[in-house]
Design a protein around this ligand. Structure first.
Ligand SMILES: [Zn+2]
Length: 380
């Protein structure tokens, strides 16, 4: 961040005299459109308003959502100012991050300068149906930092509401703090699937969310965890974690038989977590589920799937979606991380400087044969 002094007459200054003004220039990674992400220097208005906090992001994860925006966006990022969050193109990206508090706006209590925080990026009205139930992201008056809020994590400074800043315990690292958000998504999906000690679970798609769901299933006590993934390099990454009972290529002809061989009397898995958004994976989850099993759809797909409702009824299947997480989940995830129960940091491949975002970040993560799981951007 650079601070420059410059002379200009203030628009409200009637005297016509030149005065010196403080101008803060902030480096920020902004999304302009498909395959167009740039490191910019922007003129920041860095005064936090009432209930807001000025933060200095430290480490920021590149998420699957960011990859979707890069490859075929804008999807979530609005072209015209977002009615609640004020975001518009070009938009500062980054919604998985740790930061330090720089300055608190009026009325902020419980946070202090220099404090390390992990950002919970869902923000919104607190007084409507969903907001009053701490589910603002399901309502219309809401935004997400780094997508539909005017600030994002991949910048030297950002302004967010105070409730987005969750103080980190001393023994949670900045790397872990940057991984709380995706980990919360995975833990929520495992909660939605009612995974219990002794459960058998099929996880389809081993990107970062699938890998974190594998860890979350283990943390919940699952004893048979079968992961399917088409990319052999990612299969190897999952094998190295030494958590999964089996890591399979879903295209192999005996896939279904193999999955069932790991379940009691071959009835099928208790729970299936679909993390790829792929049609064949969706069907694999349903097919490998035991009667009365629970399937949870986490992966986003650009196309509708056809489903056999007769089969759903006859096998008494529960099919659920899974969006985000409980907003109060951060301390629970801190506890899982600091105790070693859920070592999300093992998925980190690299910390790259801001200037390498395209080559070292997006291009590596969108390589269909790549082995990368999670790349963090370090603010210089
Ligand atoms: Zn994300």
């Amino acid at each position: 961040m650079t601070v420059a002094w410059y002379d200009r007459s203030h628009p409200n200054d009637q005297t016509g005299s030149n005065r010196r003004f403080r101008r803060v220039i902030v480096k920020a990674i902004r999304f302009y459109g498909q395959h167009d992400v740039r490191l910019d220097e922007i003129d920041g208005d860095l005064d936090p308003g009432s209930g807001e906090v000025l933060i200095a992001p430290t480490l920021i994860g590149i998420c699957g959502t960011d990859l979707h925006e890069f490859e075929s966006g804008p999807i979530f990022i609005p072209r015209t100012p977002h009615p609640y969050g004020g975001a518009q193109l070009p938009q500062i990206i980054g919604h998985e991050f740790s930061a330090k508090v720089v300055r608190c706006g009026p009325g902020v209590v419980g946070l202090r300068e220099g404090q390390r925080v992990s950002i919970q990026p869902q923000l919104g009205a607190k007084n409507d149906y969903f907001g009053s139930r701490d589910l603002c992201f399901l309502g219309k008056q809401s935004a997400v930092v780094g997508l539909t809020w005017k600030w994002g994590g991949m910048a030297e400074r950002a302004i967010v509401p105070d409730y987005c800043c969750i103080p980190m315990p001393d023994d949670v690292t900045d790397v872990q703090g940057a991984m709380v958000e995706p980990t919360a998504c995975a833990v929520h999906a495992i909660d939605r699937a009612s995974v219990r000690p002794g459960s058998s679970v099929l996880i389809t798609g081993a990107g970062s969310i699938g890998a974190l769901a594998t860890m979350a299933a283990k943390a919940a006590g699952a004893t048979r965890i079968i992961v399917s993934e088409v990319n052999p390099n990612r299969r190897r990454r999952i094998e190295q974690l030494a958590i999964a009972t089996a890591v399979l290529d879903p295209r192999s002809p005996d896939f279904g038989e193999t999955v069932r061989s790991f379940t009691q009397e071959g009835v099928g898995v208790d729970a299936a977590i679909e993390c790829s958004g792929n049609r064949a994976a969706f069907q694999n989850c349903l097919d490998q589920l035991r009667p009365q099993g629970i399937m949870v759809q986490v992966g986003l797909s650009g196309e509708p799937f056809t489903i056999n409702t007769f089969d759903l009824t006859m096998r008494d299947i529960t099919l659920r979606g899974s969006l985000n997480y409980e907003l109060s989940m951060w301390p629970r995830i801190f506890e899982m991380m600091r105790s070693g129960l859920l070592p999300a940091e093992k998925l980190m491949d690299d910390i790259i400087p801001m200037k390498d975002i395209v080559e070292g970040g997006f291009n590596r993560l969108t390589d269909p044969e790549g082995a990368s799981m999670k790349i963090l951007v370090g603010v210089d």
